[in-house]
Design a protein around this ligand. Sequence first.
Ligand code: ADP
Ligand code: MG
Length: 357
Amino acid sequence: PAIELDGVVKEYVSHGEVVQAVKGVTLSIAEGEFFSLLGPSGCGKTTTMRMIAGFEDPSRGTVRLHGQDVTDVPPNKRDVNMVFQSYALFPHMNVWENVAFGLRRKKVADTEIKRRVGEILEIVDLTGREKRRPREMSGGQQQRVALARALVNNPRALLLDEPLGALDLKLRQAMQIELKRIQREVGITFVYVTHDQSEALTMSDRIAVMSDGQVEQLGSPREIYERPATAFVAGFIGTSNLLSGTVDHFQSGFAVLKLGDDDHVLAEGGSFRAGEPIAITVRPEKIRITTEEPTGDLSIVRGAVSEVVYLGLYTSYTVSLAHGAEVTVFQQNALDSASTAERGDAVWLSWLPHHSY
Ligand code: ADP
Ligand code: MG
């Protein structure tokens, strides 16, 4: 692995009280992986990143880079580079000088500097802009310069802390695709910090979802979206519906929850007991909305449509169930757009039991 954290804890003393910013993080990042730390503001992403870079010492635990324990190794002796949201470019230097700066300071030969800076500017798509000053460039271009400046040192891993945070949505989305392309091209490990779930889903090979100083779940974007391990992950990634009830009876391997008289929610797996309260989560796009009663081995609930919002690609329905819960349903507006339920309609909602968790 490129990066390993083993039981890493970071404590700060604030107003005489010990605060744990990171509460025992253990994870392993493979060489060449695009790995994201995703979580809400204050969950410990930056602190974790700074311990990988060496800007913070862990209170407990071990940091290993490429198999070597670096817990006590200073940042400049670690084979990683960090890119920040504030690009931290030198305003009085042009693009070429900004990118070449680190190599010059390391006394790398001029011909080698020329070759490497040229190559990196090509990769970040800034060839022809060498003479520009930072203030003459857009935010996206400045971020590319910052990226080039980090990459030109040939680090084995690049750490990026919310690098696109200052860009507007359109530019941010374009840069997400760009960053992924650049990472593929240079082939080095990227560790990416973001609080934006769609950004993490777009770019990452794997994501560690963090909450309150801990890793809640670690997996591929698909695993995290389709199989959230905790209610926190389900709520933080995408939209999801939480339905709670008690186990009524068992039917062909499923626990059956009764919410209202006509409701029949199937829960898979686990060792449920009758009468036990459980909650299941189901994504809005996994639910079918029909005005006819569905049949088959499905989870089925009844309700009334309280809101319909047409969103182009799909329509979002809010359905109020008899016992009070509200369920969001996304139905794709395909050519054969099946349902045209309207506000006030009585409807059935159904989904395959393995689409809930
Ligand atoms: P994130 O990057 O996920 O927003 P941070 O890693 O910056 O979170 O912070 C995690 C927690 O640690 C926060 O509650 C923050 O207030 C606290 N924290 C971070 N740095 C310090 C510090 N130098 N002193 C005291 N508390 C800190
Ligand atoms: Mg942060």
